[in-house]
Write a protein that binds this ligand. Structure first.
Ligand code: NAP
Length: 222
């Protein structure tokens, strides 16, 4: 690992993480637009709040429960002097491919798009097989997150705020992805089909490594 000055390092389960320095206030996001998924609660809601604290001009709360999204929007808006329509609530359900593609189509009409934070995710103890045929954790944390990434990257590319740095897409993952391991199938069968079969037919939990995208998919476009 390359030594970077002024970067705090934290060791966990044998893996060293570098924490980038952040500031919680400022106006460097004035004029910019961001999408945050899973932003009606938890890390996504706090991320949305911090983007607004840095002057963000337009925020899309991407949520599966629009009532919760509206509550989050009102909560966020109460702290700032925002223009009307500065915070919008858009429906996004990772258990449906139609919902993901409709969401991405909707993003094409945004004037600019500078920041995407794909934060929505779950860790469910009882196994649930979704209509897509995949177990819910794998569907939400991995497959749907990857699909939305693929659909939004070209939009980020063409919709970046004029005259500024390229857009940025960040996936919120887990340290679990850094240290857990699973065996690849030895018989040449596709990994996903093998996992689906083990989870559906033999009742196994999905391996932790694949529950979260394995790499910090921070894509900087240029
Ligand atoms: N907190 C931790 O210690 C921790 C540790 C490791 C990883 N993470 C990751 O960090 C991210 C945020 O977690 P959090 O702790 O803030 O949890 P959280 O409060 O439960 O937030 C998760 C968000 O994801 C949304 N979501 C779940 N399933 C969805 C679906 N099918 N379609 C669209 N949105 C969906 C939830 O929406 P609803 O409100 O409608 O349920 C919620 O807004 C997740 O990706 C999680 O895996 C967190």
């Amino acid at each position: 690992m390359t030594d970077i000055p002024n970067v705090e390092k934290v060791a966990s389960a044998g893996v060293t993480f570098e924490l980038a320095s952040t500031s919680s206030a400022g106006d460097d996001l004035v004029g910019k637009t961001a999408i945050v998924t899973g932003s009606s609660s938890g890390i996504g809601l706090e991320c949305a709040r911090q983007l607004l604290a840095r002057g963000l001009s337009k925020l899309i709360l991407a949520v599966r429960d629009e009532k919760k999204g509206a509550i989050a929007r009102d909560d966020l808006a109460s702290g700032w002097d925002l223009k009307p329509g500065a915070i919008e609530v858009w429906h996004l359900d990772y258990s449906s491919y139609d919902s993901i593609t409709s969401f991405a189509d909707r993003a094409k009409v945004l004037e600019t798009l500078d920041i995407v934070v794909l934060n929505a995710g779950i860790y469910r103890i009882p196994r649930v097989i979704l209509p897509t045929g995949h177990e819910e954790d794998i569907q939400v944390n991995y497959l749907s997150t990857a699909l939305l990434t693929i659909l939004l990257l070209p939009i980020l590319d063409v919709k970046k705020h004029p005259g500024t740095k390229p857009g940025r897409l960040t996936v919120v993952s887990s340290s679990v992805a850094a240290w857990s391991r699973f065996k690849l199938p030895q018989d040449g069968r596709p990994l996903l089909a093998t996992l689906d079969e083990a989870i559906r037919d033999r009742g196994l939990r999905p391996p932790s490594a694949i529950l979260y995208l394995e790499t910090p998919w921070t894509a900087v476009l240029g």
